[in-house]
Design a protein around this ligand. Structure first.
Ligand SMILES: [Zn+2]
Length: 288
């Protein structure tokens, strides 16, 4: 087999294992953050019998499978959410690693600078995935509004902006094309935001009767909807034209179906999935 293929598979598998471990930590965050407990200290224990869990009980994905989804000590069934989140994180990390393969395949010693910015971007995406999952599940459990998610996306956006600007600024070969590059990148963000904004305006017009439209902007009843809409626009701006179009379409359909109901908080999950599909489709499109 081609050594590059072996190396690629190895990196994707390693990313999956890393993702499963981070997914396990994600579960800890989901349960402890709403209770204002620390996520860095303390042993995990069974929620029913309180038995402290050993190393064998804490292997991501596999412990749940080998124990048949039951506590080793009291045999109480354990929520399948643990394995679902660990598997989801592992899968997302594998896909992310697959879309950044050139970073792993190019030898670092030839041009270390070349790999630093894709690496920062990959880390930002890893962090973003976990923040989105943690926030989504906490929102799901508590039914609170989505402002923290928008904040998280804002932070990710800032990281990506900084990494891209540094990438452009330190690449000698493009110093002449610097303005051109920044301009085309700015256009991409602008168009992504415009697409998302258009979808949101359309959804607002269709979901609210024109008479009620002014209430949409100041009535606290619409707070969750508004936060969700802002989130859609921010995400649209973050991910580029093609993924933004996919995410905006998904958001538009979901938003019209849900209207202004409380369940609009679930729309974030739909939007995040749509954005992920769009992002991967975009990467696949670029590879072809
Ligand atoms: Zn137990």
């Amino acid at each position: 087999m081609d050594p590059d293929v072996v190396l690629a598979i190895m990196n994707i598998v390693l990313a999956g294992m890393f993702g499963a471990v981070i997914g396990s930590f994600t579960n800890v965050c989901i349960y402890r953050i709403p209770e204002h407990r620390t996520v860095v200290k303390g042993h995990s224990m069974c929620m029913t019998c309180g038995h402290e869990l050993g190393a064998l009980d804490l292997v991501p994905i596999f412990s749940w499978l080998f124990l048949g989804g039951k506590c080793r000590y009291c045999k109480t069934p354990i929520s399948s959410r643990y394995i679902k989140i660990e598997s989801l994180t592992a899968l997302m990390y594998m896909v992310m690693a697959a879309t950044h393969l050139s970073m792993f395949l190019d030898p670092m010693d030839v041009d270390p600078m070349k790999n630093i910015f894709p690496f920062i971007e990959l880390c930002a995406l890893f962090i973003m995935i976990n923040i989105v999952i943690v926030e989504m599940m906490i929102q799901h459990d508590t039914g609170s509004s989505m402002y923290r998610l928008s904040l998280a996306l804002g932070i990710d956006f800032a990281v990506q902006v900084i990494s891209r600007i540094l990438g452009v600024a330190t690449d000698e070969s493009v110093s002449g094309e610097l303005c051109e590059k920044l301009a085309s990148w700015g256009v991409e963000i602008l168009v992504g935001a415009v697409i998302a904004f258009a979808a949101v305006v359309l959804a607002v017009l269709l979901a609210n009767r024109p008479k009620e439209l002014s209430k949409y902007f100041h009535d606290s009843k619409y707070r969750a909807v508004r936060t969700s809409d802002v989130f859609a626009i921010v995400l649209g701006a973050c991910i580029g034209i093609i993924p933004a179009a996919v995410a905006a379409t998904v958001y538009l359909i979901g938003r019209i179906m849900i209207g202004n109901k409380k369940s609009v908080k679930y729309l974030g999950i739909v939007l995040a999935s749509g954005a992920a599909v769009g992002y991967f489709a975009y990467c696949a499109f670029q590879v072809i």
